[in-house]
Ligand binder design. Sequence first.
Ligand SMILES: NC(=O)c1ccc[n+]([C@@H]2O[C@H](COP(=O)([O-])OP(=O)(O)OC[C@H]3O[C@@H](n4cnc5c(N)ncnc54)[C@H](OP(=O)(O)O)[C@@H]3O)[C@@H](O)[C@H]2O)c1
Length: 301
Amino acid sequence: MANPAPSSSSTPTPAPSRAADVALVTGASSGFGLLISVELARRGLRVYASMRDLGRADRLRAAADQAGVRLELVELDVTRADSIERAAAEVKGAAGRIDVLVNNAGYGIGGAVEDLSMAELREQFETNFFGLVALTKVVLPGMRERRRGRIVNLSSIGGRIATPGLAAYNASKFAVEGFSEALRHELRPFQVFVSLVEPGMFRTDIFDRNRRLAARAHDPGSPWFEATRRLEKVVDRRVEKSTADPRRVAMVVAAIAKDPRPRLRYLVGRDARAQSLLARLLPARLWESAIGRATGMASQS
Ligand SMILES: NC(=O)c1ccc[n+]([C@@H]2O[C@H](COP(=O)([O-])OP(=O)(O)OC[C@H]3O[C@@H](n4cnc5c(N)ncnc54)[C@H](OP(=O)(O)O)[C@@H]3O)[C@@H](O)[C@H]2O)c1
């Protein structure tokens, strides 16, 4: 596997001590993964920041240099078993163990259920769910044997509350939630803590470079064509107005990594907390019409 020289800081910081916890982060080329990697390194962890294409490491290197921290880069595509095995072996070979696993890599494909192909649905699950599961299964035996570890899974408020046009993404994150909750119970007796981070909307590449829409949703012949356009406008407006700082997510993940007994769930963002509260407090019918109005779906029939 390509193993480029670690990025080094212009202002040298002391190298992490031998006892520093070792973290592996997926999807570190942009967004939360990049910020989480830098924040964990700032807090003294030895960080292996992974990405599927090391050619996209420039932003991470620049952020690490700016923060004055050192990171190791690892190639890792969470949808490929060989890549997972190689990356985990590389980190264990160099650092001896993995103490903190941050399953962050993911994307969201939009589109009404009728417009989503089975291949698009499966692909969504391959990255957001099965990728996370496969890497976790490779890392957790070591954590269990050492009776020490943190597994931090990036879910979403969309892992608790589903909205129209996001069924594939919602289903994959609901799956992450169920998996993580069950695994939490299995590993708690071993002092290995599984946590879910559930952000609301934060402006990252997920709404830009990595934005995906079902192929059929582009077809004016689809009965969902107009509804999808309305929904896209709603999302565009929300993204444009969003002022939430994605570094907040990185701070929460870093706090979990340092917490001796982290909780299972962490909602991040005012919008996520408000939605979670309303969904619990409002009668179901009121909640459903609120979702219909907010997403432009109420005018569908
Ligand atoms: N931003 C939000 O509002 C928000 C809200 C809730 C939850 N989340 C979750 O937060 C996580 C990070 O998203 P983000 O907002 O930071 O988006 P982002 O900037 O698009 O970052 C996603 C990262 O995942 C990587 N990735 C995608 N497929 C991969 C694969 N097969 N193997 C390895 N890496 C892969 C991307 O790599 P490439 O550079 O190669 O594309 C990228 O580094 C996701 O799980 C997302 O669902 C985001």
